[in-house]
Design a protein around this ligand. Structure first.
Ligand code: IMP
Ligand code: MG
Length: 184
């Protein structure tokens, strides 16, 4: 595993993103929605840099495959707060192909918020398959599989305080990926 973004760099990048969000939202009330599970570390740090009246909620995105491949996506809104007429900031860990954010954004949009913004920690370059782009991006990264600061490989490494590139030796590559659910 190779460190890509240090804890200090994460801190600076998230403060900067919080300033950009503040310039857009001002002191209007904001509903921050985290996409479970990868967004929890970012969400916890980001909201403490925001000063407007704020409430939080979550949406669960589950993909039908663990490991590094993207699977069929299922969204669970059971624990999502009411967003009708609210100004919403949707927060996710990474914008890779963009399908997750695209689908979650459509789902929230269908619930008629007053305004909907999107923020991600990471934007993986050269992978995008959708037309949307997040409104706020803390870091652009090369096309490598990364873990830490909320991001997982088979549900591990989310607790690393930095972002690291997963290397060949870290992959359970000889071990075929079992079909199963993986929390995004
Ligand atoms: P997308 O739908 O392809 O944009 O992928 C978004 C989801 O895939 C994220 O919320 C992550 O759960 C997962 N993902 C994509 N790239 C990585 C990575 O490099 N490390 C860990 N998870 C990733
Ligand atoms: Mg994941």
């Amino acid at each position: 595993m190779k460190e890509l973004i240090s804890a200090e760099q994460l801190d600076v990048g998230i403060r900067k993103m919080a300033e950009q969000i503040t310039s857009m939202v001002g002191d209007r009330p904001l509903t921050v929605i985290g996409v479970l599970t990868g967004s929890v570390v970012l969400l916890a740090d980001l909201i403490r840099q925001l000063k407007m009246p704020l409430r939080i909620g979550f949406i669960q995105a589950t993909s039908y495959r663990g490991g590094v491949e993207r699977g069929e996506l299922e969204l669970d809104v059971a624990i999502l707060p009411d967003v009708v007429g609210q100004e919403v900031l949707l927060v996710d860990d990474i914008f890779d192909t963009g399908h997750t954010l695209d689908e979650v954004q459509r789902m929230i949009q269908s619930m008629e918020p007053r305004l909907l913004h999107t923020a991600v920690l990471l934007h993986k370059l050269g992978r995008q398959e959708v037309d949307i782009r997040p409104d706020f991006i803390a870091f652009e990264i090369p096309d490598e599989f990364v873990v830490g600061y909320g991001l997982d490989y088979r549900d591990q490494y989310r607790n690393l305080p930095y972002v690291a590139v997963l290397e060949e030796a870290d992959l359970e590559s000889n071990d075929p990926v079992e079909p199963g659910n993986a929390q995004a």
